[in-house]
Ligand binder design. Structure first.
Ligand SMILES: [Zn+2]
Length: 500
């Protein structure tokens, strides 16, 4: 059973609307610039009283950008005044920091409304509100006696110099928040609840938003010759599948962008079994597919004027008498034969067939795959960056630059890694066209081998990016816009890239 999520409603009103509002706010939030200027709505007497209350609480002006001070006082309408340090010309990163700090400050202050008077333009307001909402996201829980969640605001009254434009930008941002929340929810669900079959149900639900949904089941995968994908899922009680999500908001005749997500509902490692410690985290090995479904959801909710095909490569890497084995030789959709070395390197197998099928079927203008693919990328980059791999040619360089820019703007940072043909040597097989990983290379440089392996299944001339999101897809320490846990990494990045 999923809890009722905390998703405050946002209403925009002109900056100089009278206070208090019809539904008296429980909390008033005001922004004070680094020059110490209060909003015009605060009278000199109220300013003096607020400054005295700040001194009592041990704080003083100027506040750092993003610093938030809650004051329990009735100086302004409501029981609590929250003072936030804010600069009008703030960067997206500063707006997110502010939004996250506000979310933390507002949590537990009661479940009424809040009246926010912050000197932010419409773009920064949307970014701040996105971070606020996403920080309040809560992981689904099935606990029957969970502690009640602290009450938090239900309505945010946001004062703006341009409420119409702020509302329009927020409407688009809210769609992205929904996509991120969907991705996080799916990442968090355990593998007995989010099976291949129930993941397909979530995919089908997108048809209500105007997305064309097609499901390739096991028989369809067999007919299409997708032997790599089938092998990975062949020991599971829930057979593998490929979910195809087509959003066609762009002009007719323009080639779609192909997004491919690794959707391993659970990864035991197969016969090359993973160690027991931490194996429960493998319920999140579908973070790439979660990002793809979240992105398509956001685009469809925005009615975005772009055309995208999202592929969810779904399977469970189980063990059992039907499990695929090291040494098996598989035939891929592309026609290349592949020797299996380590059955725990299953992600690149399902992705390879999905990439090949997607390029042949959709004739895309560009391809991006996302996958919680390797441990070695975490060794290299930690949890702050996803690894970005593009071919080192003009198309690859410009795709890498555009994605890196979107990563900067969205806060979902990418770091470019080499994609070298030199690794072909390591991927040579005596018995097949290639092997999918090098023996005993689970760590360095497995992420590089994986990227090169995948690129062999994308035809030359199709701009291709591989994002290894194993690090940032799950975090131990909160970010301004994400509590610890599943992040939905990729949704904000891809929507920015596709719609800019
Ligand atoms: Zn694995």
């Amino acid at each position: 059973m999923l809890p009722t999520p905390t998703r405050p409603t946002v209403r925009f009103l002109p900056r100089r609307s009278p206070r208090p509002l019809a539904d008296t706010p429980a909390i008033t939030v005001i922004g004070v610039g680094s020059d110490g200027r209060f909003p015009p709505s605060v009278t000199p007497d109220q300013q003096a009283a607020l400054l005295a209350a700040m001194r009592q609480s041990g704080t003083a002006l100027p506040l750092r950008a993003g610093q938030v001070v809650p004051l329990r006082s009735g100086i302004l309408p409501g029981t609590t005044t929250v003072i936030a340090g804010v600069d009008g010309e703030c960067t997206p990163a500063q707006a997110r920091t502010l939004g996250g700090a506000l979310a933390v400050a507002l949590r537990g202050l009661g479940d009424g409304g809040a009246d926010l008077d912050l000197p932010l333009g419409p773009e920064a307001a949307a970014e701040c509100l996105s971070a606020l909402r996403l920080r309040l996201w809560q992981a689904p829980t099935y606990a029957t006696k969970a502690d009640p969640l602290p009450p938090t605001v239900t309505t945010l009254h946001w004062r703006s110099g341009n409420p119409a434009s702020a509302a329009a930008l927020w409407q688009a941002a809210e769609a992205v928040c929904e996509g991120v929340e969907l991705a996080r929810d799916l990442q968090t669900l355990p593998a007995n609840i989010l099976t291949v079959q129930t993941f397909i149900d979530h995919a089908r639900a997108l048809s209500a938003l105007g997305v064309e949904v097609e499901i390739l089941d096991r028989k369809d995968l067999q007919a299409a010759g997708m032997g790599l994908h089938l092998a990975v899922g062949q020991a599971s009680a829930t057979p593998p599948a490929l979910a195809v999500l087509r959003w066609r908001g762009g002009p007719a005749g323009v080639a779609p962008t192909l997004l491919v997500g690794k959707g391993l509902c659970f990864d035991t490692g197969g016969i090359c079994l993973k160690p027991a410690g931490g194996m429960e985290e493998m319920k999140g090995d579908m973070g790439g597919a979660a990002a793809v479904i979240g992105t398509v959801h956001a685009l469809a909710r925005q009615r975005a004027p772009v055309s995208v095909t999202g592929l969810l490569a779904l399977a469970e890497n189980a063990i059992g008498e039907n499990a695929y084995r090291p040494g098996d030789i598989l035939s891929s959709h592309s026609g290349l034969s592949v020797e299996v070395i380590d059955t725990d390197a299953e992600g690149r197998l399902v992705l390879a067939d999905a990439l090949s099928w997607g390029c042949a079927t959709e004739k895309p203008a560009a391809v991006v795959d996302l996958a919680t693919l390797t441990g070695s990328i975490i060794v290299a980059l930690g949890h702050d960056h996803a690894g970005l791999f593009c071919r080192h040619d003009r198309d690859g360089d410009s795709l890498a630059a555009a994605l890196t820019d979107s990563g900067q703007r969205s806060g979902e940072a990418l770091w470019r890694m080499p994609l070298s043909e030199r690794w072909d040597e390591a991927l040579k097989s005596d018995a097949a066209d290639l092997r999918h990983c090098a023996p005993a290379a689970r760590l360095i440089p497995d992420a590089l081998h994986a990227a090169r392996f995948l690129s062999r299944f994308v035809p030359d001339g199709v701009p291709f990016a591989h994002l290894d999101i194993a690090g940032p897809s799950e975090i131990r320490r909160p970010l301004p816009w994400a509590p610890a846990g599943a992040t939905g990494f990729g949704v904000r990045l891809l929507v920015d890239w596709l719609t800019r």
